[in-house]
Design a protein around this ligand. Sequence first.
Ligand SMILES: Cc1cc2nc3c(=O)[nH]c(=O)nc-3n(C[C@H](O)[C@H](O)[C@H](O)COP(=O)(O)OP(=O)(O)OC[C@H]3O[C@@H](n4cnc5c(N)ncnc54)[C@H](O)[C@@H]3O)c2cc1C
Length: 429
Amino acid sequence: MIRDYDVAIVGGGIVGCYAALHLAKAGHKVGLFEKGRIAGEQSSRNWGFVRLQGRDPAEIPLMIEGKRLWERLEAEIGETVDWRQGGNLVLADTKERLGQFEDWLAVAKTFQVDSRMVTPAEAAEVVPGLRTDAVVGGLHTPSDGQAEPEKAAPAIAEAARRAGAHIETGCAVDRIEVADGRVTGLETESGPVRAGAVILCAGAWTKHMLRGVGVRMPQLWMRASVARTSPSGRDPMATGVWAGVAFRQRIDGSFNIAGGTQADHDIMADTLLDGISFLPLLRMHNQMLKLHFGAPFFDFLGVRLSQDALRRALRRHRALDPTPNPKSVAASFQKLKDSVADLGDIHIAKTWAGYIDFTPDFIPVIDRLDRPEGLVVAAGLSGHGFGMGPITGRLAAELAVEGKPSLDIDAFRLARFSDGAKIVARNVI
Ligand SMILES: Cc1cc2nc3c(=O)[nH]c(=O)nc-3n(C[C@H](O)[C@H](O)[C@H](O)COP(=O)(O)OP(=O)(O)OC[C@H]3O[C@@H](n4cnc5c(N)ncnc54)[C@H](O)[C@@H]3O)c2cc1C
């Protein structure tokens, strides 16, 4: 039996789940298909920062609205996601880095944001016990927040289900079906689906799914390692901090920590074939980037070559679960202990990693394509899409059913990579 939806969604990360909720609440018939479990990839593995601070100026209006969605989210879905609006603080240890923050703030102020420069002493007031001897200053945004990634997208998906969405997990989408230049539905692991529009928010897999309909999207993966400590004796602080180590104290007192200064890239066929689009970005970050060649190259080689191999890989990797970098984890833990006083006797309780999907300018693609008509792409959130997930999902939903979004998203069109636009990464964090 062919199932029929107004909108079919590929991917159950935070973007897909919020799109499903928005559509179901508006009375649309929506089906979401996820190859593994809800939020099995980036959306449950991230640090949990919901920040506007340091973003590309094009993202600031989206994130202003995005934060309004987060402020209302728990009331909207009737469940807690451990939302706390305790601010975000990023520290600089050189004058050059501080200058980048000042330049960003000059632009951000035109959007009336509450970000401000802070002295080392002011930073230590924001986060008591923070050691700031090697710090020259920082940037602080009091209205930024945080939430628990393991809770957020699953709770949104449940709310979408209650609102009438069909949410199917363990169901890979093998192909986006197209006839006469427009999408007609999906071929899924549980059979065919007909749909008036398709939202492709498949995170790291998006470019591979797009290749099946003859569309190119430059997108690479970065392996990001995270650790969680045992609960610390400190009273839980609600400010997310980036001070050479990124850390966020959770409600139970434990810390999520990650190396803010190192990024691992597993070389794959895409690195070699698409790497040229990323050269300016790689040059900017060459000091923090570490390249690795090994098993992932061979594991994902076929995906680049055939849609049949992609089909098999979607089943083999129900959730991408890369190996965390032990050196990066150990360095983050040491840096946390050097940066914060009174942590008590804590140890590493858990480590994990995730593949971040990123674009050459480190901002997403949020676009309704001309060809195939009816296909909305919302992906490439470049390591900061947990915070922007709900607003991205809402914009994708608007594009799918109304054809036009409620905010200006021209900067996020896919064609910027081919229409001669200048591709520059403008984020400073
Ligand atoms: C370690 C780490 C730290 C991060 N820290 C932060 C942070 O602090 N703040 C922040 O804002 N962002 C952060 N991010 C980034 C953020 O997690 C992502 O940008 C965001 O979660 C992306 O959401 P998504 O819905 O686009 O993709 P994903 O969460 O990756 O979801 C895509 C889903 O699509 C599914 N899928 C793919 N292909 C198919 C298919 N063919 N059929 C069916 N299902 C399919 C996948 O299984 C996956 O569940 C971090 C990311 C990582 C990895």
